[in-house]
Design a protein around this ligand. Structure first.
Ligand code: GLU
Length: 363
């Protein structure tokens, strides 16, 4: 089995932000055992920013992104040193891979990243992945590597993405405040739970949280990967997930439609910069015939964006029908909305979003 294990800052550090070597040791022990049994494991870890804060003895986490980026560069080598030592004690070799969001959008970068990861697995190494926070800041702003781990699970065609956190899984209500809260064992691919806003906040030490985990599980689901949210504290959690112990954690089942890395990015990971409302005819053409979106079907435009921005395409009842990468700016769309290409004086068809850059989200 190929499994991607993601561990976040709040599981890896104590309340005062210091690295918990006992957790690193337990993770390395469990991953080493899985390796010895012949499984391929990729570890996606956060903690660089937190270790940078502790390393420089700062009182609290700065709020500006640039400081967080710089702090990640301080903490990342310390984090890797701790893992390298822990894996070495089991006779395993780890390899650091730092990725940026663009690696998943650009086909050439994507293939390079994939080939390197697969080569590392072939060499028997344990790839340990983090976002290259010093030059990219997506996971600092939101996600704490949740998105990244889901994209990595697509990259290596994993069977399972295991999102380790500080609760046993997803609950019906907040288990810290509601004693009647119950764990949800299975979430199917068409469950409305998947419609969360991934930007809801995490903890003081990390930037994740349950919403970003569900969003990551959704990316995994649309990649054909099973995602599991489980507690980092559960004994032998990795072995138990590999053994398909369904009573551990919340299991998210894969969608029967699978998207390419680029479409996954457009659909779920890229920041939405605006939206267009389209009429019923355009909706029908997008959903049933897989066409590109043309200006004629656009009723209105929301937000200011440039060509290349990720936008939502909504029907007249404000339901999100699709997401896509705009081929025109918001201003250009406004000037041409409701018009046919010939009315705009063009003899080639003008597209608001090309069908290759468009993902239908209605099930
Ligand atoms: N990739 C970051 C890290 O390793 C994300 C965590 C955060 O936002 O603090 O530290």
């Amino acid at each position: 089995m190929k499994i991607v294990v993601k561990i976040g800052t709040s599981s890896l550090t104590s309340d005062d932000g210091v690295l918990r070597h006992d957790v690193v040791a337990a993770i390395a022990d469990q991953i080493s055992r899985a390796k010895t049994q012949g499984h391929d494991v990729v570890l996606v870890t956060s903690g660089a920013v937190a270790l940078g804060i502790a390393g420089l003895r700062l009182d609290r986490r700065p709020t500006d992104v640039l400081s967080l980026q710089a702090l990640s560069a301080v903490g990342q080598p310390q984090l890797m040193a701790a893992y390298a030592k822990a894996f070495e004690s089991h006779g395993h070799v780890m390899a650091q891979v730092l990725l940026v969001p663009h690696d998943f959008v650009d086909r050439t970068q994507y293939l390079h990243a994939r080939d390197t990861m697969l080569k590392l697995l072939e060499l028997g190494c344990i790839p340990v992945v983090n976002e290259n926070d010093a030059i990219a800041n997506n996971e600092i702003r939101y996600g704490d590597n949740d998105h990244l781990s889901a994209l990595v699970s697509h990259l290596v065609s994993a069977d399972v993405l295991l999102l380790l956190t500080d609760t046993d899984g997803l609950y019906t209500t907040n288990p810290h405040t509601d004693s009647t809260a119950q764990i949800i064992p299975v979430v199917t691919a068409d469950d409305p739970l998947f419609q969360v806003d991934a930007r809801q906040s995490g903890t003081d030490r990390g930037s994740g949280g349950m919403a970003s985990k569900i969003a990551a599980a959704r990316i995994a689901s649309w990649s054909g990967v099973v995602a599991v949210i489980a507690s980092a504290e559960t004994p032998d959690v990795i072995a138990r997930i590999i053994a398909n112990e369904s009573k551990v954690g919340t299991w998210f089942l894969p969608h029967d439609r699978q998207l390419s890395a680029r479409k996954l990015w457009i659909a779920f990971a890229a920041e939405v910069e605006g939206s267009v409302v389209v009429d019923a005819g355009a909706c029908e053409a997008l959903i049933s015939r897989g066409t590109s979106l043309l200006p004629a079907g656009v009723v209105s435009v929301v937000g200011n964006f440039v060509a290349g921005a990720t936008i939502e395409i909504c029907d007249e009842a404000s339901r999100v029908v699709a997401r896509g990468m705009a081929a025109m700016s918001s201003l250009e769309i406004e000037q041409s909305q409701g018009k046919r290409s010939s009315d705009i004086g063009s003899n080639v068809s003008i597209e608001v979003v090309h069908r290759d850059d468009l993902v239908i989200l209605q099930l």
